[in-house]
Design a protein around this ligand. Structure first.
Ligand code: HEC
Length: 164
């Protein structure tokens, strides 16, 4: 770079830094951070715990699957996927499921069905690339639901129910 360009680059970096500082300082003083606009699922604390535990299990199984794929260990992929399939024991009690909106249940069911298919195809096709594309497709369902809902802890609002 020629010296003149050096100067210009330095000035540009300086200007960008100033703009960055102004941005960082500006809105923080005037506006509050935007509130979470996603639809709240109002659950008891223990119910929230169960739902989030299932979520962490989803993530743990995805970790196992992505660990097994480069080794082409399709048996392990199938085994792990099946633990989150629709045949797996459901940890969420019916009373909690009853509080969840229909769309939530459809999306959650879709994820379990995806795990079923991942397990079946891992066994019958044994093709890691195919499995990866199935995982990517399933992750869209995870993302879709996360874009719509948040969990809030609140009192049980159903008539005749205990409050905690
Ligand atoms: C039917 C809706 C739905 C689907 C499908 C879904 N999630 Fe979630 N997930 C949620 C909600 C709601 C939360 C809580 C978000 C909040 O309150 O900010 C959550 C939270 C999580 C968390 C945070 C857990 C914690 O301990 O805080 C992880 C990790 C997660 N999800 C992973 C996944 C993965 C991976 C998938 C797909 C395999 C998935 N989820 C599919 C609704 C869903």
């Amino acid at each position: 770079m020629k010296p003149r360009h050096h100067k210009f680059a330095a000035a540009l970096v300086g200007a960008l830094c100033m703009a960055g500082l102004a941005l960082a300082a500006g809105p923080a003083k005037t506006a509050k951070p935007a509130a979470d606009q996603r639809a709240p699922l109002v659950l008891l604390d223990a119910e929230r715990h169960l739902v989030l535990e299932e979520m962490r299990n989803f993530l743990a199984v995805l970790q196992t699957i992505t660990d097994a794929l480069p080794r082409e260990d399709m048996k392990e992929v199938a085994r792990a996927a099946r633990t989150m399939g629709s045949g797996a024991a459901n940890e969420i009690p019916p009373v909690t499921v009853a509080k969840l909106p229909e769309e939530f249940k459809v999306l959650a069911g879709g994820v379990h069905t995806s795990f079923d298919l991942i397990a079946l195809d891992a066994e019958s096709l044994g093709d890691p690339k195919h499995t990866i594309s199935q995982v990517a497709e399933m992750l869209q369902k995870c993302n879709a639901c996360h874009g719509i809902y948040q969990i809030k802890v609140g009192k049980d609002v159903r008539p005749g129910s205990r409050t905690n």
